[in-house]
Design a protein around this ligand. Sequence first.
Ligand code: PLP
Length: 448
Amino acid sequence: MQQVVNVQEPVITPRRFKVYQHRQLDKIEALNKVPADMRFEMKVVANVLPFRVNEYVFNELIDWENVPNDPLFQLTFPQKDMLEPSAFQRMADLMSGKHTTNEVFDLATQLRDEMNPHPAGQMQMNVPHVDGEPLPGMQHKYRETVLFFPAQGQYCHSYCTFCFRWAQFVGKATRFNSNDADQLHRYLAQHKEVTDLLVTGGDPMVMRTRKLQHYLENLLKPEFEHLKTIRIGTKSLTFWPYRFITDPDADDLLRLLEKLVSAGKHVSIMAHLNHPNELRTEVCQEAVRRLRNTGVQIRCQAPLLRHINDDPDDWATMWQKQVSLGMIPYYMFVERDTGAKRYFEVPLEQTWEIFRKAYQQVSGIARTVRGPSMSAGPGKVEVQGVTEIAGEKVFALRFIQGRNPDWVQRPFFAKYDPNATWLNDLKPAFGEQKFFFEDEYAQMSAMD
Ligand SMILES: *Cc1c(COP(=O)(O)O)cnc(C)c1O
C-alpha cells in the first residue's frame, strides 16, 4: 500500500502475555520498591476485590517513580482505602493471625456481599428469553441494542480496580455467561427491532479469533439484515495492544473485522480509556492504526474517577489525543454505585464541573463525547448542569437512553444536592413527589 503521508510503520517486538493474580503479588519485582506495609495492605484488599495485572501494564504504563499516585497504578493495583475501614481491619486481623484459606474465603464473601455487587438490577432485570427460555448471557434493556456476554470472554487482560463488573471476577459469584452462539443468533433473528449488538464482558478480546468468528460471522446472513452495528467493548487497546499486532491470530482478527465492515456492518470498537497515559506507547498507537485500517471505528468511553482522572486537563488531553489518533470520544460515565465506589466517587456537581472544564478546552470535533452519564436502572441519565430556576437551585438532567424510549431527551430537574453522587441520591425539584418516569419504571421492575 502506498503511504500518502510519511508514516513509518514501527517494528513491534512480540511480547509474551504474562499475568499476575493476587497470590503472585510478591512475584512482581517492581513492587519491591514499595514499603512492606503497603504490600501487606494490597494483599488484604486483593483477598476481597479482583486483582489481575499483566507485565505490559506495569512495565509500560505505570510510572513507578510516581507510585502510589500514578493513575495507572491506581487503576490496576489494590489500595487500602478501597475497603471500608472496618472491612479492611477485619481482613487484616484475620491475615495477621493464624488462619485457614476457608476462613479468608468466607470473610471475603461476606465483605463482598456488603459492597452492592449487582447494581441497577443487573441480575434480575433485562434478561431476554427465546422460546420461553431465559438467556443469562444477554441483556436487552434498550429497544435497539442487545448486550451479549460470550462465555469465554468473561475476564480481562488486567482488571480495573473500579470495575462495576468486579463481582463476576471473584469468588463464586453468579456470572453472566452463555456458551451458546445459537441462542444469540436465534434471539437476534427473532428481534427485528434490534439494530445494534454490543459484545462485552469481561473483555471479548481475550478470546481467540476463532471464537469471535463463531459468534460474529453468522451475522452476515440475510436473516440479520436488520442488525446494522456490531460493537465490541474492550480495554485491550491499552491493556494488551499486542492482540492486534503480534499475537498469533492478530491478523486473522483484523481480517474478520474487515470482512464484517465490507459486508456493510458498522463495526465499532468501544475502547475503554481512563487516562491519556494509556495512549502514550508506540504499540498502542500501532494497534489503533491497524484497527482503523480495517474500516472499523473506535469510540472511547470511561467513568470519571477520583485518584485516576478527576482532572479536566487529563480529559481534554485524552479526547484530543483520541481525535489525533482517529478515535471518537463517546461517553464520560459517572462511577457506578458498587464495589469500591466510595474510593472513586466524585459528587455529581463536581463531575459536571470537570466535564465542563474539559469540554470547553476542545473543539467541536472532540465534542462527540456525552456525559457525565449515569447508567442507572431506568436508563442513562446525563447531568446537564446545575442552574437556578424560579429561585430554586436544581440539577438539569436528561435521559440519553431510557427503558422507555419516550423518556429520552426530556429535560427533568432534581433538587440541588452538593453531595449527591448517583441518581438515587436525587429528589425531584419544585416540591414534586416523584420524577416523571418513576411510576412507569416501578411497574416495569415489578413485571420483570
Ligand atoms: C449504554 C448501554 C447501551 C448502549 O447505549 P448507547 O446510548 O446506544 O451507547 C445498551 N445497553 C445497555 C444496558 C447500556 O448500558
